[in-house]
Write a protein that binds this ligand. Structure first.
Ligand SMILES: [Zn+2]
Length: 340
C-alpha cells in the first residue's frame, strides 16, 4: 500500500490517495483536512459548486495518471528489474545456475539483465511469435551451446500435456503455439535446459558411463531372474562384463560406446585430461541426468515423467527465470496435471 499527498491550489489540502496493490483500483482515503464542501451536513455555498466538481474531476484524473504510472506494465517491468539490478551478486548466482555458466562475470550479468529488460519492454508491442523469437535467441546465446545448433519450431501437434518439447534428434525446441504468450518465456528456457542437459552428458568418463549402463543392465537382468546375476555383486558383474580380456567384453564395450554416441553425438569419450578441466558440478550433473536418461513416456506414465531428474531440474530453472524476469509464478503447475 502506498500513500501520497497531493495539493490542489489550496482548495483541497492533504488529500490522501491510497493505491491498492490490486492493479487498477484506486481508493480515496479522505481522512485529513476534509474541506466543508465534502461533508454532506455542512452548508454548501451554491457559488462554489462548480469548484467542487472541478476538484473532484482533477483529483480523479490525477489519481488515474499516478495509478497508471505505478501499475502500468512498463512500470512493473522497471520495478522487477530494479530489484535484480540492486542485487547483482544474487542475480549473478541465479544466472550462473540457470545457464550452467560458472564463470559468468558481473559485467556479463548486467548486460544480460539489460537485454532481458529490453525484451520484456518490447514484448508490450510485439506479437507472440516476435516475442518468442527474441526470447529464444537470447536464451540460446546465454546457454552458450558448444556443440548444438538449435532451432525453434512452433508445433500444433504437441501432446495436450506439453507446452513444449526438446527434440534430441532434430536439435529443435518445439513450442505449442496455443500456449499463453508470457508462459512461453519459461517454456523456452525449460526446453533449452533439456538441450543443455544433453550437451553436458559428454562430461562423463568412459568408466562412469560404463558403470551407469552396467547398473541398468544388472538391475534389469536381476528383475527378470537371470542366472548370470543371481549370486553376483554389481561390482563383479561390471568387471566381468566390460573389463574382461575376452572378445565378449570387447563387444559389450563397443555396444556401450555406440549408446554414448547416440546420446552425445560424439565418436569418442572425453579423455581424463580433458575432463580434469571441467568443473566438478558439471560432471556430477552429467551423471545424475544419465542415470535418469530413459524418461518414461508422458502419456503412459506421467507421474514417473514428472519425477524424473531431468524434469525436476528443468522445472526448477523455469520457475527461477520466471520469478526473476516475467514475474510469472509457475511453481504450482502440477495442480493442473493431477500429480500424486
Ligand atoms: Zn521438460
Amino acid at each position: 500500500m502506498e500513500t501520497e499527498t497531493v495539493n490542489f491550489s489550496g482548495k483541497i489540502q492533504n488529500q490522501q490517495y491510497s493505491y491498492l496493490q490490486n492493479k487498477q483500483a484506486i481508493s480515496f482515503g479522505r481522512t485529513e483536512s476534509i474541506p466543508d464542501e465534502f461533508i454532506s451536513s455542512a452548508p454548501k455555498p451554491k457559488k462554489n459548486k462548480w469548484l467542487l466538481w472541478a476538484s473532484v474531476g482533477i483529483a480523479a484524473v490525477t489519481a488515474t495518471i499516478i495509478g497508471i504510472r505505478h501499475f502500468s506494465p512498463l512500470k512493473q517491468i522497471e520495478r522487477r528489474f530494479k530489484k535484480l539490478y540492486d542485487d547483482i551478486p544474487g542475480t549473478q548466482k541465479k544466472f550462473k545456475e540457470i545457464f550452467m555458466r560458472e564463470n559468468l562475470t558481473e559485467e556479463e550479468t548486467i548486460n544480460m539483465l539489460k537485454r532481458y529488460e529490453k525484451i520484456e519492454k518490447d514484448e508490450l508491442k510485439q506479437s507472440k511469435e516476435e516475442y518468442w523469437q527474441a526470447v529464444f535467441e537470447e536464451a540460446k546465446a546465454n546457454y552458450k551451446f558448444e556443440d548444438f545448433d538449435i532451432k525453434m519450431v512452433l508445433d500444433k501437434e504437441l501432446s495436450d500435456k506439453s507446452a513444449g518439447e526438446w527434440c534430441r534428434k532434430t536439435k529443435s525446441v518445439k513450442i505449442k503455439p496455443s500456449i499463453d504468450k508470457k508462459y512461453g518465456f519459461g517454456t523456452i528456457h525449460h526446453e533449452l535446459r533439456h538441450a543443455k542437459q544433453d550437451e553436458i552428458l559428454k562430461y562423463c568418463s568412459e568408466d562412469d558411463f560404463i558403470r551407469l549402463y552396467g547398473e541398468k543392465i544388472y538391475e534389469s537382468l536381476k528383475k527378470r531372474g537371470f542366472n548370470t546375476v543371481k549370486n553376483k555383486s554389481l561390482e563383479d558383474f561390471i568387471k566381468e562384463t566390460f573389463y574382461g580380456s575376452d572378445s565378449y567384453s570387447k563387444e559389450m564395450r563397443e555396444s556401450i560406446k555406440s549408446s554414448f554416441k547416440t546420446i552425445t553425438g560424439l565418436d569418442e569419450y572425453m579423455t581424463p585430461a580433458e575432463l580434469a578441466k571441467v568443473p566438478k558440478e558439471k560432471i556430477e550433473l552429467s551423471k545424475r541426468f544419465l542415470k535418469d536418461m530413459e524418461c518414461p513416456d508422458i502419456e503412459n506414465d506421467f507421474t514417473a515423467y514428472w519425477k524424473n531428474a531431468r524434469e525436476i531440474d528443468a522445472r526448477h530453472i523455469e520457475d527461477t527465470i520466471n520469478e526473476m524476469i516475467t514475474g510469472l509464478n509457475t511453481k504450482n503447475r502440477e495442480r493442473h496435471f493431477n500429480i500424486k
